[in-house]
Design a protein around this ligand. Structure first.
Ligand code: UDP
Length: 378
């Protein structure tokens, strides 16, 4: 065995596959009873393909990432569109020129549109916190609408913080679009794995040099000597590489403190109707305790009678009985994370990779890109 990989989400699986192709023997250690990390999908009791850990929609501008994943799946040609439910009114999200016309009416909308184009140019992507800085009265009016009806309450639910309190990169993920493009993502490549994510992972990990151990917490088999900086695996000195993709604070028993995360609770519901809502995802930006409802059939393209939806309720992450979905990117938290990075630095063949291990808000493509980059250096 040459390399141990802890976790079988995109981070661990991409590295595993590339190393295996090079002829290295790789072992993946996975705590859960399945591969695929939070992208894992499965058929529910009604035969509907659902994402067990919330909706995951692939999109990228990186051709290398797209080509790499395309080796393991065909794609369902899905263009993700989201609408917001604002006091019963349905509006396209991100806020774009279609939304502008719905909210302000055609005549005023045209005037505001011209102001926005003059200020930012056609097809610009303007984060709400940027838009708010614009002194023009018309743009102020747009910014105020967007802030209050799209960002404020949703962000309070999701993060328990106001939009201006969360890291700016978070709300900038959903900018105001100065265009009529109703898609949630503008990336060149978009789509969903035709047979689902789990199948994609099965194909990626189906290699004679990859061994997978499920239901195993790697902590049980690994020990780290902080004096000699030696690693032991199952009691034996381990001199191979270790790619760690889990939560680093948990892995080292919170010895430098607990890193804060946001978690989610999912409530699934099944309906006998063909469809529950008009779009794959509806965001509840001003009402309800959940942030959004996802109806999986839209995302997966599955043709089946009956439909399954999921409601997402954000939660504080308290302990390991929950899933740490999101890092909370505050300066204090990043400082604590850095201490963990320094803690493992002396272990020369120990690599941190992925949303949890790097305490970062990665999308799927970002993780795959980072994994392909890391593996080149190994
Ligand atoms: N957001 C919001 N209202 C929306 C959509 C997004 O306030 O209708 C904010 C919210 O703070 C959210 C962030 O933008 O956490 C990023 O949204 P995204 O849809 O990218 O979140 P994810 O799908 O990663 O949970």
């Amino acid at each position: 065995m040459d390399t141990l990989i802890i976790g079988s989400g995109f981070a661990g699986s991409v590295v595993a596959r590339v190393l295996a192709q090079r002829g290295e023997k790789v072992k993946i250690i996975e705590k859960r009873d399945h591969i695929g990390g939070n992208c894992y999908d499965e058929y529910d009791e009604y035969g509907v393909l659902v994402h067990k850990y919330g909706p995951h929609i692939f999109h990228t501008n990186n051709k290398d990432v797209y080509d790499f994943l395309s080796r393991f799946t065909k794609w369902y040609d899905y263009r993700h569109e989201v609408v917001g439910n604002v006091y019963g009114k349905i509006i396209p999200i991100p806020f774009n020129l279609n939304t502008l016309m719905i909210v302000f009416g055609q005549e005023k909308g045209e005037r505001l549109k011209q102001e926005l184009i003059d200020a930012y140019g056609e097809n610009a992507r303007v984060p709400i916190l940027e838009l708010q800085k614009n002194p023009s009265q018309g743009i102020q009016e747009v910014a105020q609408y967007v802030y209050e009806n799209i960002f404020l309450k949703y962000t309070m639910k999701q993060w328990n913080q106001k939009p201006e309190e969360v890291d700016q990169s978070v709300t900038a993920r959903v900018p105001v679009l100065i265009s009529y493009d109703n898609r949630y993502f503008q990336d060149l490549y978009q789509g969903m794995p035709l047979e689902g994510y789990t199948k994609l992972f099965e194909n990626m990990l189906n290699h004679e040099n990859i061994e997978i151990e499920l239901n195993k917490d790697a902590k049980e088999d690994l020990s780290f000597d902080m004096q000699t900086h030696q690693v032991y695996y199952q009691g034996q000195l381990w001199q191979g590489k270790i790619i760690f993709t889990g939560a680093i604070d948990d892995f080292f028993d919170h010895c430098l403190g607990r890193l804060p995360y946001r978690s989610l609770r999912f409530e699934y519901e099944h309906y006998p109707e063909d469809h529950y809502q008009s779009h794959g995802v509806v965001n509840y930006t001003v009402s309800e305790d959940f942030t959004r409802i996802t109806e999986f059939k839209y995302l997966t393209g599955q043709e089946i009678s009956g439909t399954t939806i999921v409601k997402e309720y954000p939660e504080i992450y308290r302990n390991e009985t929950q899933v740490p979905y999101y890092a909370i990117l505050s300066p204090e938290n990043l400082m604590m994370y850095q201490k963990y990075v320094d803690y493992v630095k002396p272990f020369s063949h120990f690599y941190l990779l992925g949303r949890l291990a790097q305490y970062k808000y990665y999308n799927i493509d970002g993780i795959v890109e980072e994994a392909l980059k890391l593996v080149k250096t190994l």
